[in-house]
Design a protein around this ligand. Structure first.
Ligand code: GDP
Ligand code: MG
Length: 595
């Protein structure tokens, strides 16, 4: 164990984590040059060829240090996005050290800080690395000062590195040997292994990646998952180099995979503790949490006969995505579909895109919504994941909405516009600090406003310079109402939104106007109305269509005519017939944008 070093790389997106991981793996001979070319670590195809599926960037490497000793380096990958912060914290829990990679031309950003704090809380040795020093815009001295000022980590000895050219790589490896403490743990104690990750492999079933804290695990053991008590026979254990390599045992301090009879990844939960049935640990490792969906949306097939295919596709995706939830839902407007739960907006985008690309299903997606807590007059509390399902106001005592605590980093010249944005989004300021040219703002903002268009607006007002990290902070009572939209006199349940009463009239007007622009003209006049309860707060009129689109190019050349028809057809694929009116996909997302 004295020669084991377990560490992660933490970095803001695009600061060079993958490139550096590639370098380290290459330098330690994990892959030959030939393989290295194809070693785009984030790719999925390649993994097929390596036997069982591996998750990128987790690798056990052998490194011969300058002291002549051979060290086993376990490089543990962490997901890079704010939606996956819990997974990041579990990956870090498996390490004794972390390389804090900061782009020397960009400086410290929100995720750098958030992940670094997580590492510090867990007592990891944090090793600052200034990457991309080959770039002309690199300013290592400024960034060094920023790391010390913003994060409070000593950066005086930070390695100057270029993951691109290879500069500084040896220095980083030696620093890991010197500064990351070896793991402590008792190989003779009852098994305690932390699940860092799990995924589904079509050949061997569920693969779990574990960090063994105490004890040993080997093939033919009978393992037990401490969260639900389920037991499975162990088929195989091993490590990734990053190719998979079967080993006799994994023991205290090591990181590797375990293949057992687990059928679905939702049984192998990240953060859970694996022990042995014959000699179980008395208590699990600390910090286990069930993941909860924070954002919900309805997914409906454009063609209702694709409903079964959508269900099968969601089931397939769920094989490798324990955080994806779905259950059947019926909308009066959209028919049969599924209400899906996601970790956050990015997670939702990923799922949507995969359904459309890999499974070739055209979807109508309703606007994402957060989970509201409703205190009923009878004292019970219910959760509402769908605005259309909000109970009648006369039965409710109070509606509570989730509030996030957002930490935003930005250059000082954008402070004014960002504060204005946060205020518009009903945010309240918790803290504001200047760190040289960088400003750190902390705001409590209703999550409802964040799922609307906060990210996009933040990026645009700050010209892309602001970065954001957030966590769910609390639930807070607010004066919220349901705003319904009526098209041609019919309530379109999938267009309902929950908004703050103070904004309701304005949002109603805005939405009705927007829908007027989006819903194509029909053969008859169509009224678009916004209503709170039975009160109509706004009305717009879509005038009846008079002429045929083709009339325009009558006599024109045929190819132009065909193009126009094709365009119409493509547009049609994303429409949903609601009553007598066809409503395009865009309409369902229009509620998200506020201009
Ligand atoms: P990640 O999002 O943190 O994994 O970042 P990547 O490793 O994907 O790198 C983001 C971009 O920065 C890629 O285009 C890399 O080629 C580039 N990059 C990474 N390291 C360096 C470096 O040291 N120098 C330069 N010039 N570019 C780099
Ligand atoms: Mg990457």
């Amino acid at each position: 164990m004295r020669h084991i070093r377990n560490f992660s790389i933490i970095a803001h997106i695009d600061h060079g984590k993958s490139t550096l991981a590639d370098r380290l793996i290459h330098r330690c001979g994990g892959l030959a040059d030939r393989e290295m070319d194809a070693q785009v670590l984030d790719s999925m195809d390649l993994e097929r060829e390596r036997g069982i599926t591996i998750k990128a960037q987790t690798a056990s490497l052998l490194y011969t240090a300058k002291d002549g000793q051979v060290y086993q380096f376990n490089l543990i990958d962490t997901p890079g996005h704010v939606d996956f912060s819990y997974e990041v914290s579990r990956s870090l829990q498996a390490c004794e050290g972390a390389l804090l990679v900061v782009d020397a031309s960009q400086g410290v950003e929100a995720q750098t800080v958030a992940n670094c704090y997580t590492a510090i809380e867990q007592n990891l040795e944090v090793i600052p690395v200034l990457n991309k020093v080959d770039l002309p815009a690199a300013d290592p001295e400024r960034v060094r000062a920023e790391i010390e000022d913003v994060i409070g980590v000593d950066a005086s000895e930070a390695t100057l590195c270029s993951a691109k050219t290879g500069l500084g790589i040896d220095d980083i490896l030696e620093t890991v040997v010197r500064r990351v403490p070896p793991p402590v743990g008792d190989p003779a104690a009852p098994l305690k292994a932390l699940i860092i990750d799990s995924w589904f492999d079509s050949y061997v079933g569920v693969v779990i990646l574990v960090r063994v804290i105490d004890g040993c695990i080997k093939a033919k053991d009978r393992m037990r998952l401490m969260a639900n008590g389920a037991e499975y026979p162990v088929d195989q254990v091993g490590v990734f180099t990053p190719k998979s390599l079967v080993r006799e045992t994994l023991s205290a301090g090591e990181v590797g995979f375990v293949i057992s009879g687990i059928k679905v990844i939702s049984d192998a939960k990240v953060g859970d503790t694996v022990t042995l049935a014959t000699r179980p640990a008395d208590k699990p490792l600390p910090g286990f949490k069930e993941i909860k969906s924070q954002v919900f949306a309805g997914l409906y097939p454009v063609e209702s006969n694709e409903y079964e295919q959508l269900r099968e596709s969601l089931e397939k995706l769920q094989l490798n995505d324990a955080a994806l939830r779905f259950e059947p839902e019926v909308s009066q407007a959209l028919g049969f579909g599924f209400r899906c739960g996601f970790l956050g907006l990015l997670h939702m985008d990923i799922v949507q895109e995969r359904l459309e690309r890999e499974f070739d299903i055209d979807l109508i997606t309703t606007a994402p919504t957060v989970v509201y807590e409703v205190l009923m007059k009878d004292g019970s509390v219910m959760k509402v994941e769908n605005p259309a399902k909000l109970p009648d106001p006369s039965k409710m005592d109070e509606i509570r909405e989730p509030i996030i605590r957002a930490t935003i980093y930005l250059p000082q010249e954008y402070v004014g516009v960002v504060i204005t944005l946060c205020t518009q989004k009903r945010g309240s300021q918790v803290d504001m600090r200047y760190h040289g040219r960088q400003v750190q703002l902390v705001y409590d903002i209703p999550m409802n406003e964040v799922v609307m268009d906060f990210f996009d607006r933040l990026k645009s007002v700050s010209r892309g310079y602001a970065s954001l990290d957030y966590e769910l902070h609390c639930y807070q009572a607010a004066d919220l109402v349901k705003l319904d939209m009526l098209v041609n006199g019919e309530k379109v349940d999938a267009l309902s939104v929950i908004v703050h009463r103070a904004n309701a009239h304005y949002r109603g007007r805005e939405l009705a106007a927007k829908l007027r622009g989006i819903i194509p003209r029909q053969m008859f006049d169509v009224a678009v109305q916004a209503a709170i309860g039975s009160t109509i707060v706004s009305r717009e009129n879509i005038k009846a269509l008079r002429k045929n689109v083709l009339a325009k190019c009558y006599g024109g050349d045929i190819s132009r005519k065909r193009k126009l028809l094709e365009k119409q057809k493509a547009g049609k694929r994303r429409m949903k017939q609601v009553g007598a009116v066809e409503i395009p996909q865009e309409a369902f997302l229009a509620v998200l944008r506020t201009d």
